[in-house]
Design a protein around this ligand. Structure first.
Ligand code: ASP
Ligand code: MG
Length: 451
């Protein structure tokens, strides 16, 4: 039985946190593989260094070295510390060389390389802590493992098939010999052998990729909250933790706002039916949320409501949308040239509407202006709207459900600007102005979760 355990930045952010996490790892039965984020704050710090590398590099290297060595010195005895330094120093030298390499700085993947450095050191700390406790452990970078990434800088995708082959060769033998591998999250290696990160917060996804590659029996994402909640507890104090969810429900919620999991974490484990648990490393006695293929069907209408603010509706009028699918294809093609996320699409006889981030509006309009006038009659933009995502078993199946939900929305006087239902059988999404989000979430939770 292999359990892949991922620890986020706060879970490895201090000496105490690393000690707590070591205990969690050792208390887990069977074979364990750990994937870790950088210590909390480190990635932000590295991002800042990239913006002003020449001026900031010395100060960055100093602070970086000091932070990791301080933890190592406190938790290891002299002999163990010397062993730690043997692995630490080459990594630190490589990082120093990277910040001083002015030709490397011109490479489009340079920022991926610099920002992925934190994971290489947090994994080393955790590995040596486990060794100090008398266990066999090995710190492996994504390079060592052969985690293959593809795509553009700062937004890589894993190649699951190649990663599985590589990890079978590079990691499974360690597990067979009783080692606990500690693997760097956040990035893989592209075809030129350069680090390519999976986007901010991407260690969750990296852990799912590792679980997929090793055909793990379980993926545990250890973070600093108890699991998925029925709503954001800062908005709705009566929010409750959700014990079990399906992959589809968790994917919708993660994508549309709940900040518990990186939205892309579900896919690699869903492909192999590997169950996933979200756990709180500060409260290991809590059972967390179990996400899997099977979950008992309950009778509730709504399991959770989440939101995503600061979006814009781009509405394109074009006389014959319904009869000319080629126009829809052209519009979509244009918008996707920017590679920005599209949160929802709806079409009618003479209109196509898209939901995108406020920040992507300018670039999107520039693309749309390249289309011919006979294809696009008019473009309207409505900014500062929010997507409300309602997730539940019976949202789509049961008659009258939508009516009940929208009546509640009407009670707080919110105006619904766009609806997308039915695309996923477990979610009902609609758009309201930013300012209406709080009252809408509160009333939906009160009526359909609390009552
Ligand atoms: N350390 C990376 C970040 O802060 C990846 C992660 O924590 O998931 O974005
Ligand atoms: Mg995270």
């Amino acid at each position: 039985m292999i359990t892949v355990m991922k620890f986020g930045g706060t879970s490895v952010g201090s000496l105490e946190a690393i000690e707590r996490v070591s205990k969690i790892v050792l208390d887990t039965e069977g074979d364990k593989v750990v994937v870790t984020s950088a210590m909390s704050g480190i990635t932000n710090f590295l991002v800042a260094c990239c913006e002003d590398r020449i001026n900031k590099r010395d100060e960055t290297l100093d602070a970086f070295e000091k932070k990791h060595l301080e933890v190592a010195k406190t938790m290891l005895d002299d002999a163990q510390y010397q062993e730690f330094l043997k692995e630490f120093q080459p990594r630190m030298d490589a990082f120093t060389a990277l910040l001083y390499d002015d030709t490397a700085a011109d490479n489009p993947f340079y920022k991926d390389n610099v920002t992925s450095q934190g994971e290489r050191f947090s994994s080393l700390l955790l590995c040596h802590k486990l060794r100090a406790l008398g266990h066999k452990s090995v710190a492996l970078t994504s390079e060592d493992c052969g985690i293959v990434a593809e795509g553009r800088p700062l937004s890589g995708n894993a190649n699951l098939r190649m990663t599985e082959t590589n990890m079978g060769i590079n990691v499974l033998p360690y597990i067979a010999k009783g080692y606990i591998p500690i693997i760097t999250g956040f990035y893989g290696i592209n075809k030129d052998d350069l680090p390519l990160t999976f986007g901010r917060g991407g260690s969750d996804y990296a852990a799912a990729v590792v679980a997929n590659a090793l055909n793990a029996d379980m993926l545990e994402i250890w973070t600093d909250v108890d699991g998925f909640m029925s709503a954001d507890p800062r908005v709705v104090p009566a929010a409750v933790k959700i014990d079990e969810m399906s992959y589809a429900e968790a994917a919708e919620l993660a994508y549309f706002g709940a900040k518990v999991l990186h939205p892309r974490t579900i896919e690699p484990v869903r492909k192999k039916h590997i169950p996933l648990k979200v756990r709180n490393s500060f409260r290991p006695e809590e059972k967390g949320t179990l996400i899997s293929r099977y979950r008992e069907s309950h009778n509730e209408l709504l399991r959770s409501v989440a939101s995503k603010c600061d979006l814009s509706i781009i509405s394109i009028s074009s006389p014959e949308v319904a009869y000319r699918p080629d126009i829809v294809a052209k519009i979509l093609g244009k918008i996707s040239e920017n590679d920005d996320a599209i949160y929802s699409i709806s079409t009618s006889l003479s209109n196509v509407a898209f939901l995108i981030d406020n920040n992507d509006v300018k670039a999107t309009l520039m693309k749309l202006n390249e289309l011919d006038n006979d294809e696009v009659e008019r473009i309207d933009v409505e900014s500062d709207v929010a997507l409300i995502c309602c997730v539940g078993d019976h949202l789509m199946g049961q008659s009258g459900t939508c009516g009940d939900i929208f009546s509640a929305v009407k009670e707080v006087g919110a105006n619904v600007n766009m609806i997308s239902e039915g695309a996923s059988s477990v979610a009902l999404n609609f758009v309201v102005p930013n300012g209406d989000v709080l009252p809408v979430i509160k009333i939906l939770h009160k009526k359909f979760v609390e009552e």
